[in-house]
Design a protein around this ligand. Structure first.
Ligand code: HEC
Ligand code: HEC
Length: 332
């Protein structure tokens, strides 16, 4: 069912006109490129907003609460916990390499990172903060007013500026240089025999039909439970919530497998606690194939080679509130 197009031409990267060329192996997954920072001041502002708990009603929840950059950009919970200890309906996907995905959210309801970033601030199961109040808070903090002016040339802060700065920061959250990337770039020693056997199995059994591209995912929406239905108690219905088309029920954005060793538990409902379980379920439900423990071990060994360099951040120091700053209301 999943015949792969084999491309015969090797991809050659020319380095700035020089005669030197590095050959990247011709594979369905490509190396992650390091981030190019075009506007460092905007990225720095976005980083502050990313760690800013005053964008939440409680004053204690920031983007980093559920997408912890010390933990692969996730909260490692089955489903997220937000304002008032409310449980969200789905598992928090990693934000690492999310700029490489065709759309944001499990059902792709946001087209890009900027469109996504406004949602969690006001969602009641997340930060529960009306946008008008979030803007009042930022506008009351002289340090932010100066920084927004420096980046956007305006003193009046609006949501477009906030989400655009957050998205600029998120675009830097890529994880190049995994061992698998080194292998893709031609280093034969970067993977051991078991890991390589795992990759071969991953490729030959058809996982790459869906998990492909630099992020090993994020390139399409696919049915969860293609060969055998997936049983879940989660209310999430997937892509049909966006398109209204019944055939899109249980179609989810194929998640990235980059850093998947760190982003447990797995699936939109967080029901698979371990990578072994996730691989076993994928084999049976998506490909109609029951792997032996040995085969699962090999695929898992391969998946763990896709953990790349995690973003190295200096903790931002957030500007102090002024006397006019609206106070947080943790119990609202
Ligand atoms: C309470 C936990 C929580 C907080 C706080 C939170 N998120 Fe999320 N985030 C989630 C969950 C859960 C999802 C998946 C929701 C869905 O797909 O329906 C998500 C999805 C995302 C995605 C899409 C990733 C993908 O692969 O589809 C991005 C990007 C993101 N959040 C960024 C942010 C930003 C920026 C903030 C802060 C403004 C933030 N999040 C705050 C829990 C949280
Ligand atoms: C037909 C498309 C398709 C195929 C083939 C496929 N996957 Fe998936 N994969 C998905 C989708 C869609 C999800 C998300 C499902 C969900 O959350 O309900 C997923 C999720 C995963 C996850 C969990 C990631 C996370 O962060 O939650 C892992 C691990 C995974 N796949 C590995 C594999 C492996 C290994 C194979 C081959 C045995 C494979 N997949 C084959 C579409 C596919």
């Amino acid at each position: 069912m999943f015949k792969l197009k084999t491309m015969s031409v090797a991809v050659a990267m020319m380095v700035a006109g020089s005669a030197w060329a590095a050959t990247v192996r011709d594979e369905p997954i490509q190396p992650i490129q390091p981030a190019k920072v075009e506007n460092p001041a905007k990225v720095e502002l976005g980083k502050k907003l990313w760690f800013e708990p005053r964008l939440s009603m409680s004053g204690i929840i920031s983007c980093n609460t559920c997408h912890n950059l010390s933990r692969g950009g996730t909260d490692n919970l089955k489903t997220s916990i937000g304002h008032g200890w409310k449980a969200g309906p789905v598992n928090s996907p990693t934000v690492l390499n999310s700029s490489l995905a065709i759309a944001q959210f499990w059902d792709g309801r946001a087209a890009n990172l900027q469109e996504q970033a406004g949602g969690p601030i006001q969602a009641d199961v997340e930060m529960n903060m009306p946008h008008t109040l979030a803007l009042d808070v930022l506008q009351s903090i002289p340090g932010y007013v100066a920084e927004f002016k420096g980046v956007f040339g305006k003193e009046q802060i609006d949501m477009d500026m906030v989400t655009s700065a957050i998205a600029a920061f998120e675009e830097t959250l890529v994880t190049p240089n995994s061992r698998f990337d080194k292998w893709l770039k031609g280093d034969d020693k970067a993977l051991d025999a078991k890991e390589l056997a795992g990759y071969t199995l991953f490729k030959e059994s058809g996982c790459v039909a869906c998990h492909n591209g630099p992020a090993a995912g994020g390139t399409s929406f696919q049915r969860m439970g293609l060969v055998e239905p997936y049983q879940s108690t989660s209310p999430a219905e997937g892509r049909s919530a966006v398109t209204g088309v019944d055939a899109d029920r249980f179609n989810f954005k194929v998640p990235t497998l980059r850093n998947v060793e760190m982003t447990y538990p797995y699936f939109h409902d967080g029901e698979a606690a371990t990578l072994e379980q996730a691989v076993d379920i994928m084999g049976r439900l998506q490909l109609g194939r029951t792997y032996s423990d040995d085969e699962i071990g090999k695929i898992v060994a391969f998946l763990k080679t896709m953990t790349g360099d995690q973003p190295q951040l200096t903790m931002p120091i957030l500007p102090p509130s002024s006397n006019a700053t609206p106070r947080p209301d943790p119990f609202k």
